[in-house]
Design a protein around this ligand. Sequence first.
Ligand SMILES: Nc1ncnc2c1ncn2[C@@H]1O[C@H](COP(=O)(O)OP(=O)(O)OP(=O)(O)O)[C@@H](O)[C@H]1O
Length: 775
Amino acid sequence: MSQNLDSKEAEQQRVNHIRSHVGKEIDALTKHDQKTKSEIIQLRKTFWEDVTVNMDNPEDAAESISSIKQQSELLGERERTHGQMDKTIHTLERLKGSPYFGRIDFREEGQDEVQSIYLGISSLLDEEQKDFLIHDWRAPISSLYYDFAPGEAYYTSPEGTTEGEMTKKRQFIIQSGQIKSMFDTGLTIGDDLLKEVLGNEANSQMKSIVATIQSEQNQLIRDESSRYLVVQGAAGSGKTSAALQRAAYLLYRHIDTLSAKNMMLFSPNPLFNSYVAKVLPELGEDNMEQTTFLQYISKRLGTTYEIEDAFMQTEKLLTLAEGPQYESEVSGIRYKSSLAFKKMIDDYLERLSNEGLLFKQVRFRGEILIEASRISAYFYSLDRTIPLNNRMKLTAEWLLIKLTRLEKLERSNGWVEDEIELLGVDAYQEVQKEYQVERGLEEDTFDEAKYERQKLAEKLVAKQFKPLKNAVKKMNFIHVDRLFKNVFKQSHSSVPTDWNEICERTLEQLDEKKMLFEDVTPYLYLKDRLGGVKANHVIQHVFIDEAQDYSPFQFEYLKLIYPAANMTILGDVNQAVYAQSQHQMTMLDESLHTDKQHQVMTLNKSYRSTKQIVDLTKQIITDGDRIEAFNRKGDQPLVVSVDHEQELDQQIIQEALRLKEVGHLSIAIITKTAIESEELYDRIKDQVPVKLLTKNSHEFERGLHIVPSYLSKGIEFDAVIVHDASTHVYKQEHERTLFYTVCTRAMHELVIFSLGKMTTFLDEVSQDVYRLVRN
Ligand SMILES: Nc1ncnc2c1ncn2[C@@H]1O[C@H](COP(=O)(O)OP(=O)(O)OP(=O)(O)O)[C@@H](O)[C@H]1O
């Protein structure tokens, strides 16, 4: 299509041409897809007719298995094609509605011709499959759009760096195939478009930012220079958004080797999981696997312990009054999250390598089959130069051989005979069938009754030994629980001053089969180092959002369980709300990321909130000067002080109704703790339609919500009402980050209430940036 495309009419014609092209592709693909679908239905219907099943002898059985395999491979292949086609049709449909969002004209150095490049969520070739009608936003050349204003520009690709001149940069808003607006810009990404996007009301689900990615975000999205990319970004700077775009970028770049199944996102809570769930599908990609640290550890720990989760821990600490108990609990949490504690466990493991390991007795039907001391003797008889976990594997193999021998002996024990008598008809029939098969092969040399007795005994004992063998395979013969307790019973070369109290509290909990959140990672670390790491080699890329909530110990542990993975680690030290991360080294700490494998980036520009909100929130934290607000205007935040609780409730309700009235679709009343949320909910639920969000909430819709502070992490609302920012609620220095996190959830309006005197965190904020109302 060579034409002068400067006018809106000409651009619209181009859009029409693309739409018709896409329409034809959709029709062709849909036809093809329908054919594939019918084939799948047919294959499923006739699956068993098309395979030959004959189990009469081993050769026939092998042939049958291969025939079933062939048939299921054929079906699998068709199903994959169908899935792929569905995905492509879906992407094409999106292209039909909005084919692209940007255009750049670029003249490569040494060339006369100016190329027009249109950027969309996926690439599209013309009829002859020669020229790109649309370039995928992730293509190397598309980087020009995000990184440069018109003028000299360059991009890098696997072939090297291409320099040239960008002669035009145009942005489009195209909806349902119509150009709603288009404008040329002299900037990197025009502020107008961004302003328009950011000015919209919040959605209950995050959207892709593909049309307005900022240059510094683009660096983050495309960086592949290191194994660990660490991003410290201010609240609302687009860390989560950019991380999801990055996932889409990596999937595009490594299409042959990387799929969504090879990626994992660790997010702060289940609510957040659903909040971000639409971004990748919107970009035409499958969602990666998502989990929270709690979900991961709960799966690993099973039900032996009642696990305290991070929310319970936070709730406990937030409700504890300042005093010695608080100090001592926090000190324990911090120590157990540190690399010093990891070193203590490493030293302990070193000692265990030579002595002190504890094993469980192997018991069967109430009797000891293998004494723990025998297992220990075997373990320590092995060559000590072999690493501990390998010796443990050898011990497990030895145990399995021993169990197999004992299983054979067990068959002639009296109980077996008794239980055979009690077996049902099915068991006898099964053995008789087997008898027929084997007799068929070996003629008449079989004594049927003897055969039956032997087989039944074999099966019966095998069934009962199976759990034992499985337990051995899972390394359950190691007494991890007692070994973990011993960490807190033994002396160590260097311990924190309040070590005795830490030990006492930990042992008390463990004895009650309760596991404190801060003990979970060290416990799993010890377990894995003893019994062999449960490493996941499938995951090639791990995204950790809200990384300020992870300790250095957790970082080391995640590296251990995802040994093949690169990591994108994103967070904001100013939003550290858990005890393990406040005024304490976190996974984000630069000192952990000094070698070549690590790349650290910083995002200081905040896009979520209006300039007026950022002007206030940046003054809450100590190093807020660095934060720059995107210039989007709104009302100054409102700070309202009231004297009585009932009055507070009424004013909150009125304010919520006002915010709704002015058109805000999602409004959150954020309390400090979950208890406060519940209490407030009970008090006002009959007066105003409101929903309560808890740690078990998996989704939220538009409307008015009450949510505790730490669950609002990572998400945003059109308007936020801070329930009570009085000095007795946000009082202690460590609650500053919590207060900052809460206030930064607001996009367009922020209202801060206080029952009585305001938190001192607001004393440091200039009164020019908010409106104060005293009742
Ligand atoms: N380049 C961009 N274009 C359009 N919107 C953007 C851009 N960058 C960020 N945003 C918007 O800003 C808001 C904040 O983004 P996001 O939640 O990714 O920030 P964050 O750094 O993860 O925030 P926090 O740490 O406070 O949770 C979102 O609404 C997002 O869509």
